[in-house]
Design a protein around this ligand. Structure first.
Ligand code: PGA
Length: 239
């Protein structure tokens, strides 16, 4: 059986000393790890690791768009993935599902694999609206997209209330929601996608989360920037 995926979402946590130390202490990573560094450090990370992802892209390939990053240019640099629709982008940068839909399209047109983040807010969860919220994200984010297939799309299921909070749904809840996501995508688009769980995954809880049968891996934020946790988490997942 393939090892579960481990997506390291490093957000904006590391300064250059942290990056250099990380790359010295972890000179290589196994094949099932995808690293998403802060954008300007990507050339450093490319010298060490195979699978590098952007944390976000723009929806246009080239032009006068100060401060944005192009999927086409990323692909040419040897970057193979991009995260799209992270809840921090949705919340702090007002990214709507329609914007996310355009970004997924441009990424796939440029042969970048997409890690699409979806997840419910605490109020959705408390009102029992999790599935409704996820379905609406799935429908709009992937609307009219002829390029998606089971190899170029990964869904990261990240309950917004679990990100950076230390709170995690129960294994049963995660398993049920992941089943719902897989079935919804299969029904609508006829493809089987990998679904990873994200939200407060760390070296202490990954062993229990790893026992959930239907998840295909993890998206790990804070803990992925801590060298000792990385080591422990890889040992649990890869055995
Ligand atoms: P966290 O972040 O592991 O720090 O909760 C996960 C994410 O936002 O991808």
């Amino acid at each position: 059986m393939e090892n579960k995926l481990m997506i390291f979402n490093m957000k904006m946590y590391m300064d250059i000393s942290d990056v250099k130390n990380y790359l010295n202490e972890i000179p290589s990573l196994p094949d099932n790890v995808i690293v998403c560094p802060e954008m300007m450090y990507i050339p450093y990370f490319l010298t060490r690791y195979q699978k590098i992802s952007l944390q976000n892209i723009y929806s246009i390939n080239d032009g006068a768009y100060t401060g944005e990053v192009s999927a086409r240019h990323a692909k040419k640099m040897g970057i193979s993935y991009t995260v799209i629709g992270h809840s921090e982008r949705r919340t702090y940068f007002q990214e709507t599902d329609n914007v996310i839909n355009e970004k997924v399209k441009i990424a796939l047109e440029n042969d970048l694999k997409v890690i699409l983040c979806i997840g419910e807010l605490l109020e959705d969860y408390e009102k029992g609206n999790t599935e409704e919220k996820l379905l609406s994200q799935i429908i709009i984010d992937l609307f009219d997209n002829k390029k998606i297939n089971s190899d170029n799309l990964i869904i990261a299921y990240e309950p917004v209330w679990a990100i950076g909070t230390g709170k995690v749904p129960t294994n049963e809840e995660i398993s049920k929601t992941v089943e719902f996501i897989k079935n919804s995508i299969k029904e609508r688009y006829g493809i089987s996608v990998k679904v990873v769980y994200g939200g407060s995954v760390n070296a202490s809880n990954i062993e229990s989360l790893n026992s959930i049968n239907n998840i295909d891996g993890f998206m790990i934020g804070g803990a992925s920037t801590k060298i000792d946790e990385v080591d422990k988490m890889i040992k649990v997942v890869n055995g």
